[in-house]
Design a protein around this ligand. Structure first.
Ligand code: SF4
Length: 193
């Protein structure tokens, strides 16, 4: 009796050996996309919608990301929720630099994406001037549904993207790199650009 016929006759009981094959790269990207934790970075009214997205009605724990982290070293995604003032910009960049690679950024709302209605000297006219943005969520404010759509778009980007994509290639990110000089003076150092 063929293996297929056994399954037809006996269902799952007809499978003698259970196994799954996959490429390590696909498994890593799948795991990354479903364990991405957000860095707490609510800046203005958009943050209320972000908090609503994390609450029970929308429940982003379905995507493995119900935990918003106060420590950037434990976070993968920075959701910039609200307008970015000139004074906050260096703080935002510092928090971003403290996040471990790989890391991603969602710009939530028109204020974060373009300055929105605040076309003045106090507000950064687009957070992409400070950090590299992966996904933009439109709206004022974006609804939780819009943010969830942005999150799902980012998850798809993670699954489709290069596993070893380095930020140095885009000129963004912490740009920490290893350098080695061999063999005359054997030394391995950790430096930043
Ligand atoms: S986009 Fe609208 S809701 Fe979001 S921070 Fe700006 S004014 Fe507030």
């Amino acid at each position: 009796m063929s293996a297929v016929q056994k399954i037809i006759d006996d269902g799952l009981g007809g499978i003698e050996h259970n196994f799954v094959t996959a490429r390590v790269e696909d498994l890593v990207k799948w795991a990354r996309s479903r364990s991405s934790w957000g860095a707490s970075f609510g800046l203005a009214c958009c943050a209320i919608e972000m908090m609503g997205t994390g609450a029970s009605h929308y429940d982003i724990s379905r995507f493995g990301m119900e935990v918003f982290r106060a420590s950037p070293r434990q976070a993968d995604i920075m959701i910039v929720a609200g307008r970015v003032s000139q004074k906050m910009a260096p703080v935002l960049r510092q928090v971003y630099d403290q996040m471990m690679e790989p890391k991603w950024v969602i710009s939530m709302g028109v204020c974060a994406s373009s300055g929105g209605m605040f076309n003045n000297y106090a507000i950064v006219q687009g957070v992409d001037q400070i950090v590299p943005v992966d996904v933009y969520a439109p709206g004022c404010p974006p609804t939780p549904e819009t943010l969830i759509h942005a999150i799902e778009t980012l998850h798809q980007l993670i699954e489709d993207g290069e596993i070893m994509r380095r930020r140095a290639a885009t000129g963004a990110g912490a740009q920490v790199e290893l350098s080695a000089t061999l063999p005359s003076s054997v030394s391995v150092g950790l430096g930043t650009k």
